[in-house]
Design a protein around this ligand. Structure first.
Ligand code: FMN
Length: 179
């Protein structure tokens, strides 16, 4: 099983990046993280039947196609999905790489809500794209700040680590069930 992770934060010291890395630490197989920060703004004119998609778009589509499951980890901005992440998903709507792909959505926030709005919205978008949202692998992580060690840029909170392990296990199990 090959896992591709997408982060909704471009921040160098991103707490969601730390969550992403900690989740991947629990994953046995090959994994990678997609570069979505260099994608152009989605424009259907660049994506027609006769158009050649921009190189970063082609690279993203190839990486998603080569993966057996997706792990989406994201903050919430203004009760919504970060634009950079929605932009990446928009590039994947018509091309079909997400169809029936098992996907986990994890949101982390410094606030008690755990990014619940963005989490709900991401699940809705991915379901619309006919991705296989694995509910048992989705998480909303509240009060993330003190749960991270800035030196290692990993989660150190034991309960959160246990939960991330369970989420990754659920995602891997879903891949086994759909392949
Ligand atoms: C413009 C802006 C809007 C934000 N809106 C929300 C929000 O609606 N809900 C929330 O939980 N956190 C919100 N936050 C706080 C982010 O969750 C916080 O900055 C978080 O650390 C960003 O994730 P990162 O550490 O992975 O970059 C917002 C932050 C910014 C800069």
């Amino acid at each position: 099983m090959r896992l591709l992770a997408l982060s909704g934060s471009l921040r160098a010291r991103s707490s969601n990046g730390a969550v992403l890395r900690s989740a991947l630490d629990f994953f046995d197989g090959p994994s990678g993280t997609a570069d979505i920060g260099s994608l152009p703004h989605f424009n259907p004119d660049l994506d027609g039947e006769d158009a050649t998609p921009p190189a970063p778009v082609a690279a993203l589509r190839t990486a998603v196609a080569a993966s057996d499951a997706l792990l989406v980890v994201s903050p919430e901005y203004a009760h919504g999905v970060p634009g950079v992440l929605k932009n990446a998903l928009d590039w994947l709507v018509s091309s079909g790489e997400c169809v029936h792909k098992p996907v986990a959505v994890i949101t982390a926030s410094p606030f008690p809500t755990g990014g619940g709005h963005a989490n709900t919205q991401l699940r809705e978008v991915l379901r619309m794209m006919t991705g296989e949202v694995v509910t048992a692998a989705c998480r909303e992580i509240p009060a993330i700040g003190p749960k991270i060690d800035p030196a290692t840029e990993r989660v150190t909170d034991e309960a959160t680590l246990k939960d991330l392990h369970a989420a990754v296990t659920a995602l891997a199990a879903a891949v086994g069930a759909t392949t």
